[in-house]
Every structure is written in C-alpha cells, then in structure tokens.
Design a protein around this ligand. Structure first.
Ligand code: 0XW
Ligand code: MG
Length: 368
C-alpha cells in the first residue's frame, strides 16, 4: 500500500452561542484543518488539527499548514501502515510542529483501521468500555452564572465539570469556585482550570481560600517551574496541562512528582501514537489523564475518544470534545455528541467518521 495523495482542507468552526472565555483567550470562531490521505488501494484516511487561536500556545492554523507544506512531499509513496516509520520521516523533514504531525498520524491510524478491519481503539489494545464520560468546561463568567451552568450541565448528565478561572479579580474566581461547589451534586467532580492565567501568589491564595472544597487545580500558573513551586503551597491536587508539550516534559514531571494528573491535548503532543505512550506511562505511574484536544470537529473528537476508551476507568478523567460549542457535524450520520454526559464510540472502522467533502471543494493544499 502506498500514499498517493495528501489533500488539506479548511473548516471554519464558529462557536455556537456566547464566546468561549478562558483566562488568556476569548474566542468566537476557530479555524480547523482537515487532512485527507489517499492510498493506491483506494483506502482514504482523515486527520484534523485545530489550534485554540494563534495566541494560546505555539501553534496556529497557518503555521500548521506551513508545516504540512514541508512534510507532505516526503510522505508520497510511503506505506501508510508503517506509522512509526512515517513519523520518522516527518521528524527528519521538520523539527517540532507536533500539532501538524498529529493530523497526519491520525489519518494513518484511520487508514490502518480501515485496512485491518478494526476501530482505532481496538488497534490500541481494545476498548475497555463503549461509552466514556465526557466533561463540560464552564467558561469565565459571573459566579452566579457559573453555578447555573453547573446545575444545567449536571442535569444533562455531566459528572465532571471544569471551571475556568484566571485573568480577572481573584475574589471573583474565589466566589465562582464557592458558588459552583455549592451547586455540585454528590459524585460530581470539579477541576478549576486557569489555563496558566494565575500568578503563583494568586494560585496559592485561591486554593487556601477554598481549602475546605474538593477540586483539582489544573495548570494554575504559566510555567512548569511556577506550578512546581505552587504545588508545595496549595491545598489541592494539581494537574498540569499546557506545559506538558511532549513526552520528555511528561517524564520530567513524573520524575519531579510535579503533578497528580494531566490534562492532555492530543495535537499538542503529536497525535494518537504519542497519546498511546502517554496513556501507558501514566498508567505505570498511577496518574490520571484526560484525553482531549484544543478544539476540532468530529475527527479530533473521535481520535480523543478512541484513545479515551482504552484508558483504565480509574485513570480516565474524561474525554472533552468541542461538539457542545459547534453547530453541526463533519459526518452527520456518525458525528459525536455528548449524551447524558457520555460519549459513545462510533461503530465504523478506523475513526468511524467520514467527513463530507464535496467534489467541488478546492483543497487549500494538495500533494502527490
Ligand atoms: C477544556 N479544554 C480541553 C478545551 C479547551 O481547549 C481548553 C482545554 C483545557 O482544559 O485546558
Ligand atoms: Mg486544561
């Protein structure tokens, strides 16, 4: 089997309803990129990356497409089933840009599933469960509004909530954490996620002002070192997210006992192949992870779920997908939606998602 063509498509993803507000970002629309890999056997695989705007992390749409410009010509003619070997060639062609490489990796896994007659989760060792808990991220808003959203989302079946804090008066964050905590039903867990938006002093004060409340502090401060220092001074378990940019930093964090768990974003670390390793390393270390991404449509959602379904339940803190903020699906028949707080694996082979790309649509880039 050989790769004969790689096509790249743009997919605008306007955000449904109010802007998505985090400590350092307010977003009303995202730009996603779909990669289609065609093989000489006729099997086609799809991948996707969707940075959370150009300022969130060192990733942005045009940068990812420029990375694909560097990488894709080297992949034409390669056997797509030899995923690690293709990854070697990607790394020889371009240093870094793991988010762009994650889309190629995703498409290769999709091709593998379609070729071997399996879902990706089953190629990853097998789904432990067909339904996996999702979680809902409550954007930056007033304490009362956050509590109302918490009630609404728990009524919809979410058993884990993430509350965004940071980038505003600390007292408002403290009030929001208290109000949301008061609204939690028995069994609902809470993560308070600053997305690096708190200086160490405020992260410590937030935790101490809420020390009687149970929640995880997720990525409170901007840097790994700041979080490491804060970890000694707070009263809550600490998860790292944005600073875990690759496997090396993950291993360092485990060795430093820097975190009690991780919020993982698949494109940040390089795709399904890397998430498989992270899953296994964190399992050995007994550290929970989420299986998320920055943003994206049905393809990213399925990739996160395929991995999430293979994480031991006691170590899976959920699979976050952007579907609640997106109108419509790439694949109306198989697109993923959260139902009763859970995500169900698509039944199809590979990702189980066939994005609708009209024959008249022009690719933004084409190779092969
Ligand atoms: C909730 N997420 C997984 C989606 C947004 O990209 C932010 C992210 C997080 O937890 O940091
Ligand atoms: Mg996070």
């Amino acid at each position: 089997m050989k790769i004969v063509e790689i096509s790249v498509f743009h997919r605008p993803l306007p955000i449904k309803g109010a802007p998505y507000r985090m400590a350092l970002q307010e977003l009303t629309a995202l730009d996603s990129t779909i990669v289609r890999i065609t093989t000489d056997s006729g099997v086609i695989g799809y991948g996707e990356f969707c940075p959370l705007g150009p300022a969130y992390q060192p990733q942005h749409t045009l940068g990812g497409r420029a990375a694909l410009q560097e990488i894709c010509p080297h992949l034409i003619g390669m056997n797509p089933l030899l995923i690690d070997r293709v990854y070697d060639v990607m790394n020889q062609a371009l240093c870094g840009s793991l988010y762009a490489k994650s889309a190629i990796d995703m498409a290769l896994w999709d091709i593998a599933g379609k070729t071997y007659g399996a879902r990706i989760c089953d190629l990853l060792g097998g789904a432990i469960r067909e339904k996996v808990p999702s979680y809902y991220a409550i954007g930056l808003t007033s304490p009362d509004e956050a509590a109302e959203i918490a009630k609404e989302k728990q009524a919809q079946g979410f058993a884990r909530l993430q509350l965004k804090v940071g980038g505003r008066e600390l007292q408002e964050d403290i009030a929001a954490v208290h109000k949301v905590s008061e609204a939690l039903k028995t069994g609902t867990t809470l993560a308070v996620d600053a997305n690096r938006g708190l200086v160490p002093r405020d992260a410590i004060n937030l935790s101490l002002a809420c020390k009687e409340l149970a929640f995880i502090m997720e990525q409170p401060c901007h840097t790994y070192e700041q979080c490491l220092a804060v970890r000694q001074r707070i009263a809550h378990p600490l998860y790292l997210d944005e600073v875990i940019e690759d496997l090396n930093i993950l291993l360092r964090a485990i060795s430093d006992n820097a975190a009690d768990g991780f919020g993982m974003k698949q494109s940040r670390v390089g795709g399904i192949s890397k998430m498989r390793t992270i899953r296994d390393v964190c399992a050995v270390a007994g550290l929970p992870i989420t299986s998320d991404d920055s943003w994206g449509g049905d393809l990213v959602a399925s990739a996160c779920l395929q991995v999430g379904a293979t994480i031991q339940p006691q170590l899976c803190d959920g699979v976050w997908i952007a579907a609640p903020y997106i109108d419509g699906h790439y694949d109306p028949s198989n697109g993923l939606s959260v139902k009763q707080g859970q995500l169900s694996l698509p039944s199809g082979l590979g990702l189980g998602i066939e994005p609708h790309i009209s024959t008249t649509e022009t690719a933004v880039m084409n190779f092969g």
